[in-house]
Each structure stands twice: as structure tokens, then as C-alpha cells.
Design a protein around this ligand. Structure first.
Ligand code: AMP
Ligand code: MG
Length: 354
């Protein structure tokens, strides 16, 4: 792919009280068809005008993202919902009331004004109202609708810091708003409301239990937590090998002592073959490992810390040239489902039970 190199401007912005002049300038850049990366509460997004097909084309090109992988449309005001939806199901309003602004994306039939470039050719549209002052103010300044996938190069872990965005997209986009580290660290929960039963297409901080409490019924795409032969995730983005480090990664599941022993055996075997090794673990177990790069995600007791540090750790393995990565696993309950979904994808579903 040939891209015109451009100068990417990196601008610091106050995450809780964004400077008005910065937001105005970034909003104008998007209105004129340019791309601006910005912080949200989940991960950094790569924003363009959602109603401009040319902007969506530029987003795919900058990321190297397949153009059949639809973008999420971000809004900042409830009154902006109606113009982009062909239908607003009652469930959508109930979920918006409960979780917006927040890490929940909803899929509904799209209105005619939403370009098919933005929806990857689908007749549905994914919509979210993020819970971050910079994101909300930028969306308003840009005219109300920002299409924004995660601001990483396609196939790389999503960015949780502006530095990650620069690593992947410097020279390919107009501007990066640096608002520091994000709050959650994994992408939004996606719920499809366009079918009979509301269906989770991607787990996130808003859990199945939380959705069930509001909706009374919910199902989860079965391909999310296991590899199903011939199975095809309903969210196009979940079909690609995503969130992937460059090294090969194995998840080890079982009781803590046996997991540590197994990982050390695997690390030794890889090291004996001259491979650079890495272990992804927790504060509780960190002392048990011998590998070239040992990274703790935080305490096992705090799933939020584990989630927040996951992508940063995968990037660090890449930066250090680690070839064989062994990772501990986590409970699949609650928010753990989202963390395990990302880990399973990073490992290409390679799980060893001990
Ligand atoms: P990202 O913004 O990088 O987190 O990716 C957005 C995710 O939302 C991808 O997995 C997309 O496939 C998914 N998505 C967006 N729009 C739709 C849609 N209309 N139907 C199904 N999945 C969607
Ligand atoms: Mg993404």
C-alpha cells in the first residue's frame, strides 16, 4: 500500500477538562475530512467524519484494515441517535439509559444517510456514546458523528496510550490527542439488537449479567470463547486474527502451582532452542517465573488492572522481540469474559489445560 506520508501533530489535552482551542482545531480537521486519534474510556479511537465516505476510506487505509470490517459510529447526544437509525428498538433506549455514556456499542438497522463505507457494506450500524470528556467534546465539535475504530494498525493490540497510536499511525493521520492512559483498556461490549434476541458479539466492561438485568434476555455469540470449526463470528472484526503479538502465545489454565510449573517447563524448552521467551502473569505469581521477559498485569484480585495492562504488555513483548509467550489465564466470570476473549484471540485459541 502506498500512503502519502504526512506530518502527524501530537497535542496534549487535559483528559478531564479539554482545552477548547485544541478541541475546536481537532473538530475542524475531522469536518474537513481528516483523521484525529483521541482517547476514550475504553481504548484510543481513530476518528473521521462518520457521514463522509471518503473519511471512512481513509480510516481503513491508515489502519490497513479490511474494508468489510465496519466502523463504530460515536455520538455525544441522544438527539443525534435518530438520524442514523432506521429503527430504534425499545431495548436500545433502555440500554442507553442504563449504560450511556459508556463502554457499550449497539447494532441496529442503519438510516440511509450513513454511508456503506462506514458500515463495511452492511445495512446495520454500530453506535456508541463514549464516556470521556475529550471524546464527547470532539464529537460535538466535529458535527455529531465520528466513525472510530481502535487507533492501532490492523492486527496490532489496541492502544491504551497515545504513544501506542504514534507507534502505529505516525505519518498516516493528521493529529493525535494525547489525554494520557485510558480507563478500561479493552474495547466496548457490542450488542446486536437487529435480530430476534439481543446478542453479545464482543464481550467488554458491560457484562452479560449487567445486560441481562436490563433486558431480561440476552445471548452470546458462541464463537467468542472457543474455536468452533466452521464457526463464523457475527461481528466481522472478530473474525480476523486480532490483538495478536508477533510471538506465538499459549494460554495455560489450571491451578496456580501447576500452571507455573508447566509454564517454566515450556519456557525452558523454548530457551533451549534459542528462542526469546516471555511470561504474562500476575503480582501473586511473578516471582515463580524464569524467562527473558516476565510481565505482571497486576493483582489477580483486580480484574480492572489486569484488563488495563493487557494490550500494553502484548506490545512490550513485540518491542522486546519475544518469540514464545506463555500466559496465565483468568476466570471467565463477569468482566473476566472480556479479558479471556482477548487473551484467547491473542493466543489463536491455543489453550493448555494442566
Ligand atoms: P473496533 O472499532 O476496532 O473496536 O472494531 C469495531 C468492531 O465492531 C468490529 O469487530 C466490527 O466488526 C464490529 N461492528 C461494527 N459495526 C458492526 C455491524 N453493523 N454489525 C456487526 N459488527 C459490527
Ligand atoms: Mg480494533
Amino acid at each position: 500500500m502506498i500512503m502519502n506520508e504526512m506530518q502527524t501533530e501530537i497535542v496534549k489535552v487535559d483528559a478531564s477538562a479539554p482545552e477548547a482551542d485544541v478541541i475546536t482545531r481537532a473538530g475542524e480537521t475531522i469536518r474537513k475530512g481528516g483523521l484525529v486519534a483521541f482517547p476514550t474510556e475504553t481504548v484510543y479511537g481513530l476518528g473521521g467524519d462518520a457521514l463522509n465516505p471518503e473519511s471512512s476510506r481513509k480510516i481503513y487505509a491508515a489502519k490497513g484494515r479490511p474494508s468489510d470490517n465496519p466502523l463504530i459510529v460515536h455520538i455525544a447526544r441522544m438527539e443525534d441517535l435518530e438520524p442514523v437509525c432506521a429503527k430504534i428498538p425499545a431495548e436500545m433506549l433502555r440500554l442507553a439509559e442504563a449504560f450511556w455514556p459508556g463502554p457499550l456499542t449497539m447494532i441496529v438497522p442503519k438510516a440511509g444517510g450513513v454511508p456503506t463505507e462506514t458500515t463495511g457494506g452492511l445495512d446495520t450500524v454500530a453506535i456508541r456514546m463514549p464516556d470521556h470528556p475529550v471524546a464527547l467534546e470532539l464529537i460535538r465539535a466535529a458535527g455529531g458523528y465520528i466513525a472510530a475504530p481502535s487507533a492501532n494498525a490492523s492486527g496490532r493490540p489496541s492502544p491504551t496510550l497515545a504513544e501506542h497510536v504514534a507507534e502505529d499511525l505516525d505519518g498516516r493521520i493528521e493529529m493525535i490527542l494525547d489525554g494520557g492512559e485510558v480507563g478500561i483498556g479493552v474495547e466496548s461490549t457490542i450488542v446486536d439488537l437487529s435480530g430476534e434476541v439481543p446478542t453479545i458479539l464482543r464481550p467488554g466492561y458491560v457484562t452479560e449479567e449487567m445486560l441481562l438485568r436490563v433486558l431480561g434476555k440476552i445471548q452470546t455469540d458462541p464463537t467468542l470463547m472457543q474455536h468452533i470449526e466452521g464457526g463464523r463470528p457475527k461481528a466481522p472484526g472478530m473474525r480476523y486474527r486480532h490483538y495478536a503479538p508477533k510471538g506465538t502465545m499459549t494460554l495455560v489454565e489450571g491451578n496456580a502451582k501447576e500452571v507455573a510449573e508447566q509454564i517454566n517447563r515450556m519456557v525452558e524448552a523454548a530457551a533451549a532452542e534459542g528462542q526469546k521467551t516471555g511470561v504474562l502473569c500476575t503480582d501473586e505469581s511473578m516471582g515463580a517465573y524464569r524467562a527473558d521477559v516476565v510481565q505482571s498485569l497486576g493483582s489477580r484480585e483486580e480484574m480492572r488492572a489486569i484488563a488495563l495492562h493487557l494490550y500494553r504488555a502484548l506490545r512490550e513483548f513485540d518491542a522486546q522481540g519475544v518469540q514464545v509467550i506463555c500466559a496465565e489465564s483468568f476466570s471467565r466470570e463477569g468482566f473476566g469474559q472480556a479479558v479471556m476473549n482477548r487473551l484467547l484471540k491473542a493466543a489463536g485459541y491455543t489453550v493448555l489445560q494442566v
